[in-house]
Design a protein around this ligand. Structure first.
Ligand SMILES: CC(C)(COP(=O)(O)OP(=O)(O)OC[C@H]1O[C@@H](n2cnc3c(N)ncnc32)[C@H](O)[C@@H]1OP(=O)(O)O)[C@@H](O)C(=O)NCCC(=O)NCCS
Length: 182
């Protein structure tokens, strides 16, 4: 994993079908993440699923799949549901940095760019992420540094054949308690 912080500008834009190959490469590059949360390697249709699927009660226009580009290279993806599971909440479904680019500050900067988008949704006051226990060692320090805190008890969750738990973490969109960068 590289440890040099990124200094190049990052650009955020909504992903479309033309981005499917790059998105699939990003997902394929981190099979460990897929195994931890689904119990299986990334599948060939995962990028299309990410672009296409969402909770049945969410109109497609309320799901954004955003890519973060360093130059022309897709270095991170984040998807967000506006107004789910309630009107004042935006749910962050997946925030994934390309395996070759983790540990360079791109996850934090991706989140900053997401906050800028969500800040334009006046009804949304809370950001929400779900941490699967089998991925908690990797995910909890990250969400914690970004100011998220657990908002309820763990609930049962099925990661493929593995019975595990999921915990909801939340923070205010503009978090007063966000920890300062070290
Ligand atoms: C979790 C993930 C998004 C972090 O992205 P990243 O680019 O590596 O994170 P950053 O370099 O921007 O780190 C942001 C902060 O979190 C901290 N952090 C990130 N991962 C950490 C870890 N495993 N242990 C301790 N601290 C960690 C960093 O020290 C940094 O702190 P600072 O900004 O206050 O100095 C990335 O590792 C990833 O894509 N993992 C696979 C997918 C995943 O698990 N996503 C989260 C669940 S949806």
């Amino acid at each position: 994993m590289p440890d040099s912080p990124t200094t190049r500008p990052l650009r955020l834009r909504q992903l479309g079908t033309g981005d499917l190959p790059a998105l699939q490469r990003l997902l394929d590059a981190d099979p460990g993440y897929a195994r931890r949360v689904t119990g299986a390697d990334p599948g060939a249709g995962d990028a299309a699923d990410l672009l296409g699927s969402g909770p049945p009660d969410v109109p497609p226009s309320r799901k954004l799949v955003l890519g973060v580009f360093e130059g022309s290279r897709l270095v991170a993806v984040v998807d967000v549901l506006r107004g789910w599971p309630d009107g004042t909440t935006a749910h962050v479904g997946l925030l994934q940095v390309h395996a070759d680019d983790q540990g360079r500050g791109i996850g934090r900067r991706t989140h900053d760019l997401l906050v800028d988008v969500v800040a334009g949704w006046p009804e949304v006051t809370t950001l929400r992420a779900a941490i699967v226990a089998t991925n908690a060692t990797e995910a909890e320090p990250f969400w914690s540094r970004l100011g998220y805190r657990p908002s309820g008890p763990p609930r049962p969750y099925q990661a493929g054949r593995t019975a595990t738990e999921v915990t909801i973490w939340t923070r205010a969109v503009r978090a007063a308690d966000e920890e300062q960068p070290r």
